[in-house]
Design a protein around this ligand. Structure first.
Ligand SMILES: C[S@@+](CC[C@H](N)C(=O)[O-])C[C@H]1O[C@@H](n2cnc3c(N)ncnc32)[C@H](O)[C@@H]1O
Length: 112
């Protein structure tokens, strides 16, 4: 029950976020299993949407959704994999905290 509420709530605020998305070429860094890509794919049917994630398992879940205007890239989002100006809009939804957690763990591990 709690999960259904969360999904509906997330869809609602994603609709608000959509107002700030410029159609064309859109990228979501850390797309996971495609919750956001699904909403973008519907709201921006004429755009090219790229989802980037390091987890093949999650990307395979996106493939199962059969989103027509979505291209997937398996990559580390801390690396500069696209040239500047490739996208009209770049989104990070629930992914940056994971990047920073990993960075702090690495710094902690590598420091004397
Ligand atoms: C909490 S999920 C969010 C998924 C999706 N954006 C959503 O809101 O439903 C965070 C995702 O970021 C990805 N991620 C974390 N660090 C990453 C990195 N360095 N490179 C690529 N993906 C990363 C994880 O694999 C995970 O799928």
């Amino acid at each position: 029950m709690k999960n259904i509420f969360f999904v509906e709530e997330k869809k609602t605020w994603l609709k608000c976020l959509s107002k700030y998305v410029k159609p064309g070429k859109i990228v979501e860094f850390g797309c996971g299993s495609g919750f956001v890509l699904e909403v973008l794919s519907m709201d921006f049917a004429d755009s090219i949407i790229v989802g980037v994630d390091k987890s093949m398992e999650r990307l395979e879940k996106v493939v199962e959704k059969g989103l027509k205007n979505v291209i997937l890239v398996k990559a580390d989002i801390t690396q500069n994999i696209f040239p500047d100006g490739t996208f009209d809009t770049a989104l990070f939804v629930g992914s940056l905290h994971e990047v920073f957690s990993e960075t702090f763990i690495k710094i902690g591990r590598d420091s004397p």
